[in-house]
Design a protein around this ligand. Structure first.
Ligand code: TYM
Length: 332
């Protein structure tokens, strides 16, 4: 079986619809065909200012949501990144193979550091993509299911894998990004040309998996639509409606042209009403399962410990090979 690996940051109290459609739904589906490794990337979460107790809580909530959407601990390895020490170790080695200029070209770093200002920006934020490459390469992943915003990080990962293999001998699989186009970029409901994002969207622009039904419905009904009343997908002239159609199409597994004809002549209200219901039908069971899982922290922590054991076994093997190839003296 080919292998997949992906990660998600525990940097909010809830994952949102962009995370769900852009990545997490694929995580669930890929379990059927792939040997799957999924991690909650807490090391990445500390690259920006944070509170330790909040991080600990969010890490559990993140894991609970992943199990709740259907990641099956029997079939997949779900773990917390900091439980497997090799991530940090491989990141150091890869960092020494990464050009300063190369890392400086990462657009996510440029955006985030511009927002924070240089004095508030950590070196960890700068080397963030190198740690991400380590996450992927440690597990020899063939494919990495992510949203469009991660494409450049995946390119860097491929470059580093090839560079290492060329310099030290064949060691890493060169992974491919897995980014289904239809849901690669879900946009903000209030600002439909911008990505739906936990760090930059307003609460009204984001649909959180753990939101209550009332606010979810309201946010969908108040989503910014475009001038005119026609319901057609037209990225350029109608980004708002296009985003809603994309979301509804993905949630209801109905092709966009079918939706366009179904809602022809009905106006935005009808589409929004049905979309709101589809969102609730998807999110409500996830929220309820998440709450149940969080009610038994010991059981949740045990599941994560098992995941970490399985992940460690793979990571250790890769790292042993890396240590040898790069010339570290073996410990007697
Ligand atoms: P993160 O935590 O920001 O987001 C998790 C996943 O959600 C996707 N995503 C979106 N997809 C479509 N539309 C959106 N509006 C949207 N917003 C977020 C992201 O593309 C991502 O797939 N750097 C990664 C975490 C990471 C990782 C890894 C991923 C760390 N190590 C190794 C893959 C493999 C990130 O910040 O994701």
């Amino acid at each position: 079986r080919p292998r997949v690996l992906s990660g998600i940051q525990p940097t909010a109290d809830s994952f949102h619809l962009g995370n769900y459609l852009g990545a997490l739904r694929q995580w669930v589906a890929l379990q059927d065909t792939h040997d799957a490794f999924y991690c909650v990337v807490d090391l990445h979460a500390i690259t920006v200012p944070y509170d330790p107790e909040v991080l600990r809580r969010r890490t559990r909530v993140a894991a609970a949501q992943l199990f709740a959407i259907g990641i099956d601990p029997e079939r997949s390895t779900l773990f917390v990144q900091s439980h497997v020490r090799e991530h940090a170790e491989l990141a150091w080695v890869l960092g020494c193979l990464t050009g300063f200029g190369e890392a400086s070209r990462m657009t996510q770093f440029k955006d985030k550091s511009a927002k924070q200002g240089t004095s508030a920006t950590s070196v960890g934020l700068f080397t963030y993509p190198v740690l991400q490459a380590a996450d992927i390469l440690l597990y020899q992943a063939d494919q990495v299911p992510v949203g469009e915003d991660q494409r450049q990080h995946l390119e860097l990962t491929r470059t580093l894998a090839q560079r290492f293999n060329h310099r030290f001998g064949e060691t890493f699989v060169t992974p491919e990004a897995y980014i289904p186009e239809a849901t690669a970029k879900i946009t903000d409901l209030q600002e439909p040309t911008a990505k739906m994002s936990k760090s930059s969207s307003s609460p009204q622009g984001i649909l959180d998996l753990l939101d209550d039904p009332g606010p979810l419905r309201k946010k969908v009904m108040r989503a910014v639509t475009d001038t005119g009343t026609e319901i057609v997908a037209d990225e350029e002239n109608k980004p708002g409606v296009t985003n809603l159609l994309r979301i509804y199409s993905a949630l209801s597994e109905t092709p966009i042209p079918d939706l366009e004809s179904r809602y022809a002549g009905q106006g935005y209200g009808a589409l929004k009403k049905d979309l709101a219901q589809a969102v609730l039908d998807t999110f409500t069971p996830i929220r309820e399962r998440t709450e149940k899982l969080l009610a038994d922290e010991e059981q949740l922590d045990r599941l994560l410990a098992r995941g970490a054991d399985r992940a460690s076994a793979v990571a250790r093997q890769t790292m042993d090979a890396v240590r040898d190839r790069v010339g570290f003296l073996g410990r007697a």
